[in-house]
Ligand binder design. Structure first.
Ligand SMILES: [Zn+2]
Length: 423
């Protein structure tokens, strides 16, 4: 008897989730259309839609484009973005970014804060201060409830436990149970994941990954990593750490990597690796227009290399050529294994040198990969502006609200923390 009772509740919950996700993906929709898409009777669909309207997470809008039937104004059910908000934070070398998104994923506020060599504890305190300000701001403005806080950290993250294991480019970020610490400090739901996975999620929902069930996102910046989406879910591996693309060996006798291995992709194509190559080659006597800048001990940037390459500097173009081949060699292996259809590239190296790199990467992938796979594989650069890591971090809490399974963390649904009644 008890068993039947539970499955009834499970069923009702499942149907509610199906209806809500269809409205999210395809709204505005009529009640009849919702019943058809969800495979529910019109009575059940109508009842569920009425419940969602009453809750406030969906709303009914006039459908301007449809002809009126017998004087009745046709209406469509859409998601009510303002029903709830989610706060996203990204911790990356050199900056913290914060993004507040509404339930539809629209960014309503975005900020970045430069960081120097501050220790992890000081930065966590700062994050708590910034999040608390938003918590009270979004509560007091009557902008619905708060779903919680998503945090993306550039490093090795156990997302299931919310633990930051190790961040080679962030001092002191080691073995921090960040999710439980923030949960306690902020009295909010908290999810923590790798910043690269957060960007992957942002690309999936708002960027080049829209409509793709399977794709790879490759980040090339201070570090190198991959986000893997297979059949609309993150692939995390048996221990949750899959995607350490930066540490595959490309050159057996190559330069030493942060991880202790030598010849890793990251040691050859990361931002620091590229700047180091240019410095070493000019020091060894190779002519470059960049040489005066380097001898003046000025900080060399990717932008300098980008400008030199555009002006036809041979050394800059040779370094870019080698970097493109190395990235392409790594991606060819991934493409052979995953047959992803689409590979999206992002990160500082791509935003500065992407236009110069893409041809070499694509050529190397088709040279080294299996032709039947690579001829169907599209290699694209990401399309998102601003801090996509923070936007993706905010989106994690939204995914949990919709119980969309994409995070593949096995956590339950999050209901928003209700906004206090005015007065
Ligand atoms: Zn390595």
């Amino acid at each position: 008897m008890q068993h039947t009772g539970f499955s009834h509740i499970d069923n009702a919950d499942r149907n509610r989730r199906v209806v809500l996700n269809v409205i999210r993906a395809k709204g505005p929709l009529s009640r009849r259309k919702i019943s058809e898409i969800c495979g529910l009777s019109i009575t059940t669909a109508k009842r569920l839609v009425d419940e969602l309207l009453q809750e406030g997470c969906a709303e009914e809008l006039p459908l301007e484009q449809q002809p009126k039937k017998r004087g009745r104004k046709p209406t469509g059910i859409v998601l009510n973005g303002g029903y709830a908000h989610s706060i996203g934070v990204a911790v990356q070398p050199g900056m913290i970014a914060l993004s507040v998104a509404d339930l539809s994923g629209r960014v309503v506020e975005e900020r970045t804060f430069p960081i120097g060599g501050e220790h992890a504890e000081a930065l966590i305190e700062r994050i708590c201060g910034e999040v608390r300000q938003r918590q009270s701001k979004y509560r007091s403005r009557g902008q619905g409830g708060l779903l919680g806080v998503g945090v993306g950290v550039a490093g090795l993250i156990d997302a299931g436990q919310g633990i930051v294991l190790y961040c080679p480019n962030l001092p002191g970020w080691e073995n921090i149970p960040l999710a439980s610490q923030l949960k306690r400090e902020l009295s909010a739901e908290v999810l923590v994941d790798d910043a690269v996975r957060c960007i992957t999620l942002a690309e999936k929902r708002y960027g080049r990954g829209i409509g793709l069930n399977t794709f790879l996102y490759i980040y090339i910046g201070r570090g190198v990593g991959a986000g893997i989406i297979l059949d609309d879910r993150f692939y995390r591996g048996s221990g949750g750490l899959a995607g350490e693309f930066g540490h595959i060996t490309i050159r057996e006798q190559g330069p030493l990597c942060n991880c202790g291995n030598s010849g890793c992709l990251e040691a050859l194509v990361s931002q620091d690796a590229i700047l180091r190559s240019v410095r070493e080659l000019t020091a060894s006597g190779v002519y470059s227009a960049l040489k005066p800048k380097i001898s003046d001990q000025q900080p060399l940037t990717l932008q300098d290399i980008e400008e030199a390459a555009e002006a036809g500097d041979k050394l800059a173009n040779m370094v870019i050529h080698n970097v493109g081949e190395n990235i392409g060699t790594g991606i060819a292996d991934l493409v052979n294994i995953f047959d992803p259809g689409v590979v999206i590239l992002g990160g500082e190296v791509i935003s500065h040198l992407g236009d110069h790199l893409i041809e070499g990467i694509t050529r190397t992938v088709s040279l080294r990969g299996i032709h039947s796979i690579t001829r169907r594989t599209r290699i694209l650069t990401g399309s998102l502006e601003g801090s996509s890591a923070a936007r993706g971090a905010a989106t994690m809490m939204i995914e949990r609200y919709f119980d969309s399974q994409i995070l593949n963390l096995g956590h339950g649904v999050t209901r928003p923390e209700p906004a206090p009644r005015p007065g």
